[in-house]
Ligand binder design. Structure first.
Ligand code: FO1
Length: 327
C-alpha cells in the first residue's frame, strides 16, 4: 500500500512511528513542512524535517520531541560567549553536524530534496522524506510585542520569524497574521506530485493545521494534486477537547479565524480536501457537525500515549479510508 503523509514536527513524527507499526510493509512517503526552517550562524536548520528523520531514525530526544538524544551544548555556549546570538534557540552539538552537512551540500548546489535524501541515508527512517519544496519558504508571524521585549518597543507591531514567535515568545502574544514567506513562488519538490498521484491513501497526521499541514498546502499545486488524487484523504484531529494536544496550535488557529475545536479544523481543511476525519472520543459530540460538512467522521482514542495507541490510531485512519474509498 502506498501512503502519503503531510507531516510537520513532533505530532506528525510520532504518528508516523505508529503508522509504521500498523502497516510495516507499506510504502510511506512523507511530504515534510519546511516553513519552520531558519538560518542561524550561517547554517540552514530544518526543524520539521529533522524531527521526522531523528524520530523515525532513532536519534530523537524523546521528551522534547525535537533535537538529538544525549545532546551537549558546548558550541552553543561558546557562541554565546562571543556574544553571537540568538541564544533562545537550543541547537545542540550533535544537531549542529546535521546543519553543517546540509548547508555544505546546499552550498555545493544540491537541492534540499537531495540533501534530505543524503541525510536519511544515515538515519534510515524507513520512509521516503521529501521536503514540500526545494525553494525557500519561511513562516513569519505578525505580533504586537509584549512589554519590555528586547526585540523592540513595548506595543510595537512587528513581523518575526515563526521560530522566534514559537520558541522565544512561547506564543505568549496573539499571532495577528501568519505568512509563509515565499510560498507563492515555491514549486513542489521533485517527487512530491508524483507521490500524491501514485498514492493509495493520503493522511493528514495530528500536525499543526496552520503552520505545518497548512504551509505544505500553501505550495501551489500540492492542494490541487491532493484534491484531484481520487483516493481517500483522511485526517486526524490535533485538537482534543477544544485544546491542542501539544504545542500551541490554538494560537495560530485564532490567527486564521478557526476556533480551536476538532470540528472547526475539519471544516477548515474542507470537504474538497478531506474525505474522512478522526476525532477523539471526548469530541464524539462533534461527529455530526463534521459529517454535516460532507466529511465522514469517527470518534476514536487519539492520544498518542504510546506506540500501540498510536498504531491503533493509524489503523483507524486506514480503516476509515477504506470506508470512504469510492470504487
Ligand atoms: N523548540 C523549543 O521549544 N525550544 C528550542 O530551543 C528548540 C530548538 C530546536 C532546535 C532544532 C530543531 O530542529 C527544533 C528545535 N525546536 C525547539 C523545536 C522547533 O521549534 C519545533 O519543532 C518546530 O519548529 C515546530 O514544530
Amino acid at each position: 500500500m502506498r501512503i502519503v503523509v503531510l507531516a510537520g514536527g513532533i505530532g506528525g513524527a510520532r504518528f508516523l512511528r505508529g503508522l509504521q507499526r500498523a502497516v510495516p510493509d507499506a510504502d510511506i512517503t512523507v511530504i515534510g513542512n519546511t516553513g519552520d526552517d531558519i538560518h542561524l550562524f550561517g547554517l540552514k536548520v530544518c526543524p520539521d524535517l529533522d524531527t521526522v528523520m531523528y524520530t523515525l531514525g532513532g536519534g530523537i530526544n524523546e521528551e522534547q520531541g525535537w533535537g538529538r538524544a544525549d545532546e551537549t551544548f558546548h558550541l552553543k555556549e561558546e557562541l554565546a560567549a562571543y556574544g553571537l546570538g540568538p541564544e533562545w534557540f537550543g541547537l545542540g552539538d550533535r544537531d549542529f553536524a546535521t546543519h553543517i552537512v546540509r548547508t555544505q551540500m546546499l552550498g555545493a548546489g544540491y537541492p534540499l530534496s537531495a540533501v534530505t535524501e543524503a541525510l536519511c541515508d544515515r538515519w534510515k527512517p524507513g520512509v521516503r522524506l521529501i521536503p514540500m519544496s526545494d525553494d525557500r519558504v519561511e513562516t513569519h508571524v505578525a505580533v504586537t510585542l509584549p512589554e519590555r521585549d528586547p526585540a523592540g518597543a513595548a506595543g510595537e507591531r512587528k513581523v518575526i520569524h515563526f521560530q522566534e514567535y514559537w520558541v522565544r515568545l512561547r506564543a505568549s502574544v496573539p499571532a495577528e497574521a501568519i505568512v509563509p514567506v515565499g510560498a507563492e513562488q515555491a514549486k513542489p519538490a521533485p517527487g512530491v506530485l508524483e507521490a500524491i498521484a501514485g498514492a493509495d491513501v493520503i493522511l493528514f497526521p495530528p500536525s499543526n493545521p496552520v503552520v505545518s499541514v497548512g504551509t505544505i498546502l500553501a505550495v501551489p499545486g500540492i492542494r490541487e494534486a491532493i484534491a484531484e488524487a481520487g483516493v481517500p484523504v483522511v485526517g486526524l484531529s490535533p485538537i482534543v477537547g477544544d485544546a491542542p494536544v501539544r504545542g500551541m496550535a490554538d494560537k495560530v488557529l485564532a490567527a486564521v479565524g478557526v476556533e480551536s475545536t476538532a470540528a472547526a479544523v475539519a471544516e477548515h481543511y474542507g470537504s474538497g480536501l478531506l474525505d474522512g476525519w478522526l476525532v477523539d472520543t471526548v469530541d464524539a459530540g462533534s461527529v455530526e457537525r463534521v459529517e454535516a460538512a460532507g466529511i465522514r467522521c469517527r470518534a476514536v482514542p487519539l492520544m498518542m500515549s504510546d506506540l500501540d495507541a498510536t498504531a491503533r490510531m493509524a489503523r483507524e485512519a486506514l480503516a476509515l479510508a477504506e470506508e470512504v474509498r469510492t470504487p
